[in-house]
Ligand binder design. Structure first.
Ligand SMILES: [Zn+2]
Length: 379
């Protein structure tokens, strides 16, 4: 007797087919030192990672992926003599890239972000940031149905830009690359030379503290408490320049003009001034930068949370970057059977009204994450 295929099995089969199609072409941006990196994957149907993989060439990597298309795909920020060895202390650590991560939903101005969530048990729709439990039935089977808001992606993009400028101006990096993580963040990666590769954890922490302005003494560095002192000029190096830039931009002061703190205090009180200055800090995830054994998503690989690839971005496009269907490699329309009802919502730029139990034809960019999250099955 023929066994009837379960809708979930059919859906996972579809996801697998789409991943194989995607990875069949030349999608990765890989470093020259590929054979010194540890690779790791999260397979489609398990929660745990397979680590300590090693590949000699892009072709070897692709052969592996096409046999076992993964949901998530990473390589190490570190270079090793023996990347395939399981024990970290026996891997022969050479050095590690300097990596920065900006997580949009961790930005202080986006903690209360309104992201659409759906309860898979009762179908209740909710708005909020990282909702773990259904407000109606108490189920923990709650998933995100829409990506991060445009407004918060924009803020994340601006933070990434600011970080790239600091890395160039204050640290002297010639090239800084910015990537969309494929879900809700940005990776900022300066091109790391030998000296940078060798930075230890403590030195990396100092860099993070500098960027975040941890322990910044405004009196000492900018004469904040001394009323007759001039506000630093935006073209000065380091933190003085950043403070100057924040203040000059906020008050529309012409670059080249000079102003004292006491004159400025006629326009705003001390607390306000401090909050403007704090806008010159960048909120980065310090765990990522300090950890020399970090795994990073491979540029060009699909982020299995939203089904979008990790993409290198032009700085000119960053301050208006938003998550849209155009970013998805899955262009064809797909017939699905919805497991929940979502009406009058715009998701990734697509207006939609779909109903539980009904067959709908939806764009591939939405079908992929909907099917993965269980909001729909292939029909
Ligand atoms: Zn519920």
């Amino acid at each position: 007797m023929l066994r009837r295929e379960h809708p979930r099995e059919k859906s996972i089969g579809w996801i697998k087919k789409k991943l194989i199609e995607y990875y069949s072409s030349n999608v990765f941006e890989l470093p020259d030192n590929l054979s010194s990196r540890e690779f790791a994957v999260q397979p489609l149907t398990t929660q745990s990672y397979i680590r300590h993989l090693s590949f000699k060439s892009e072709r070897e990597l692709r052969d592996y992926i096409l046999k076992n298309p993964p949901l998530h795909l990473y390589y190490s920020s570190a270079l090793y003599l023996f990347p395939e060895v399981r024990e970290m202390e026996s891997k022969g650590y050479i050095g590690s890239e300097l990596i920065f991560d900006i997580d949009v939903d961790e930005l202080s101005s986006c903690r209360l972000m309104e992201q659409l969530h759906v309860c898979l048990d009762c179908g209740h729709l909710m708005y909020g940031n990282k909702i773990k439990k259904c407000l109606k039935c108490g189920s923990q089977n709650v998933v995100e149905a829409s990506p991060v808001s445009d407004e918060c992606m924009k803020k994340g993009g601006e933070a990434a830009l600011m970080l790239a400028r600091i890395l160039r101006k204050d640290f002297g990096f010639d090239e800084v690359r910015i990537y969309f993580s494929g879900n809700r963040g940005f990776h900022v990666r300066p091109l790391c030379d030998d000296e940078c590769l060798k930075l230890n954890g403590e030195e990396r922490r100092e860099i993070v503290d500098y960027i975040k302005g941890v322990g910044l003494d405004l009196d000492k560095i900018a004469g904040f408490g001394k009323k007759e002192w001039l506000v630093p000029s935006p073209d000065e190096p380091g933190w003085r320049g950043r403070i100057g830039e924040a203040i000059y931009n906020k008050f529309g002061i012409k670059y080249g003009e000079r102003i004292t703190w006491s004159e400025l205090q006629k326009k705003a009180d001390v607390q306000e001034l401090k909050s403007y200055i704090s806008s010159a800090t960048v909120e980065i995830d310090e765990k990522v930068t300090v950890d020399v054994h970090r795994l990073i998503r491979i540029p060009g690989s699909i982020n299995g949370k939203l089904g979008l690839p990790v993409i290198k971005l032009n700085e000119a496009d960053l301050s208006n970057f938003s998550i849209r269907c155009e970013l998805s490699p899955f262009k064809e329309k797909v017939k699905v059977k919805m497991n929940v009802t979502i009406t009058d919502k715009t998701i990734m730029g697509v207006k939609m009204s779909v109903y539980k139990g009904e067959e709908e034809e939806i764009p591939g960019c939405l079908a992929f994450p909907f099917i993965l999250k269980g909001l729909a099955d292939v029909s």
